[in-house]
Ligand binder design. Structure first.
Ligand code: PLP
Ligand code: ZN
Length: 452
């Protein structure tokens, strides 16, 4: 069948049609002559607060007004040129969505095989909370073990493409590990500052990747201040890659939303629960789904988005409950879900707007509950979540109990990383044997799964 006809049919039906075309540099539009397709359809940057626009092809940080810049794309043109079938024919990596990403040239992509993580049903744990249609998007299966690899792959690729030689950033650990790793892959230098309480393995990952690593007796905001001062004093030698202070980490995280939609056959679930610190993943998923709506690739309503926080650090939950559009700093923040210990997020207004716009909500869960879910999920499903991911299970259980979630809802929880990064969250009480000791096995096999 002619590509133009295929394109027209897919456009009208809203689903991929026919045989996937091979990935080539040119592709036919719906009408008219063959056109050269760009690798990226990025057009400009736009302030999320005041809408002032900025050129995208030079290094940029925040808007003059102090707020984050968002990448904008030529979606009307892309919608007439790209087929779902084109995307389906590509490698299972987040770069399959390259038209909706900011990197201009394929040669500049810095990749370690990130993306297209599994979407797994959680049948037993779902049944235990009255949610038969519970699924997890498992970001534990990605380089460096967390979804932070997405932001790092896209952010480092674009920074290098724009001529950056060294990146600097504060982190709660996982993002620093990912950015140090991808910076090494790109041949860039990295300066990483994290709280000394951040997961030990993330310090190891930074060190082994050759980052200049500092540990601070404080929280991520304290690390951020130090990075800001160091970057200012370094006369342009370092690029400040702090959360939402550059526009492209968000674009990498957005691919979680693109993948989810594709994995569901280009439609949305009813609800998505996301463990929220800086909120970049939630803002990114929201942005991705809106872009897909504008392209006509998803036609349903957006899912209700839920920001999940720990009760020891819940500034977004408090702001949501008060109906506010920005959050106050949370004093004395602490939780076992270390990645979401963010007392004040730069993008708080974007998180809250996404919750209000999608008729979502915000929920705080106790550490004891999220740790209990972590254990139950590993025992009954074989999925060892990080504590941040497990927080979304505790929140789902809470929301089902309160009636906010219905048993017919298709609910997706984001497990943002593997539990392997946080061995200290699971106590192990295994007897130690001497060589030659006899084992006394119990009559009933030692099984504590959710099957009983
Ligand atoms: C495992 C994990 N989950 C969730 C988050 C929160 O990320 P976001 O900035 O997207 O809210 C982090 C941030 O460090 C993290 O490490
Ligand atoms: Zn602005």
């Amino acid at each position: 069948m002619l590509p133009g006809l295929l394109r027209l049919m897919e456009y009208l039906l809203g689903v991929p049609v026919g045989v996937a075309s091979p990935e080539v540099a040119t592709s036919a539009p719906m009408k008219g002559p063959i056109v050269a397709m760009s690798y990226s359809y990025l057009t400009h940057l736009e302030c999320a607060r005041c809408s002032r626009t900025y050129a995208a092809d030079i290094v940029q940080n925040l808007c003059k007004c102090g707020n984050p810049l968002l990448a904008r794309y030529d979606l009307p043109t892309l919608r007439t040129q790209l087929l779902k079938a084109d995307v389906a024919s590509r490698q299972p990596s987040l770069w399959r969505y390259h038209e909706l990403l900011p990197v201009r040239s394929e040669q500049n992509v810095v990749s370690l095989g990130e993306g297209m993580t599994p979407l797994l049903p959680l049948a037993r744990i779902g049944a235990s909370m009255g949610l038969p249609k519970l699924l997890v998007k498992d970001e534990g299966l990605i380089p460096t073990g967390t979804f932070k690899a997405r932001g790092a792959s896209v952010g480092v690729s674009r920074a290098a493409e724009l001529g950056v030689r060294n990146i600097a950033m504060p982190t709660n650990g996982n993002a620093g590990a990912a950015w140090a790793t991808y910076a090494a892959r790109a041949g860039l230098g990295s300066l990483i500052v994290m709280p000394q309480d951040a997961p030990a393995i993330t310090q190891v990952e930074c060190a082994v990747a050759g980052a200049e690593l500092y540990l601070v007796r404080g929280l991520i905001g304290d690390a951020g201040q130090m990075v800001g001062q160091a970057v200012a004093a370094a006369n342009g030698r370092y690029f400040d890659a702090s959360t939402l202070k550059e526009p492209y980490r968000l674009e990498g995280k957005k691919t979680m939303g693109l993948e989810l939609a594709e994995q569901l056959g280009w439609r949305c679930p009813d609800v998505i629960l996301y463990p929220t610190g800086g909120g970049v993943g939630l803002i990114g998923i929201h942005k991705a789904l809106k872009e897909l709506q504008q392209m006509g690739w998803i036609r349903s309503e957006l899912p209700r988005l839920v920001a999940v926080q720990a009760s020891g650090c819940a500034p977004i939950v408090r702001a949501f409950e008060q109906g506010h559009h920005s959050a106050q700093p949370w004093p004395d923040a602490r939780t076992a879900a270390f990645g979401i210990t963010v007392p004040k997020a730069l993008g708080d207004f974007l998180i809250l707007d996404a919750l209000y716009e999608t008729k979502g909500t915000a929920v705080a869960v106790d550490d004891a509950d999220l740790l209990a879910e972590q254990g139950q999920c590993a025992r009954s499903e074989g999925v060892f979540m990080c504590p941040e991911g497990a927080a979304t299970l505790a929140a789902a259980r809470q929301l089902r109990r309160s009636g906010w979630l219905d048993e017919n809802d298709e609910v997706i929880v984001l497990n943002t990383g593997t539990g392997l990064i946080y061995p200290e969250t699971v106590p192990v009480a295994a007897p130690t044997l001497e060589v030659g000791d006899h084992l006394r096995v119990s009559e009933e096999p030692h099984r504590r799964s959710g099957r009983e």
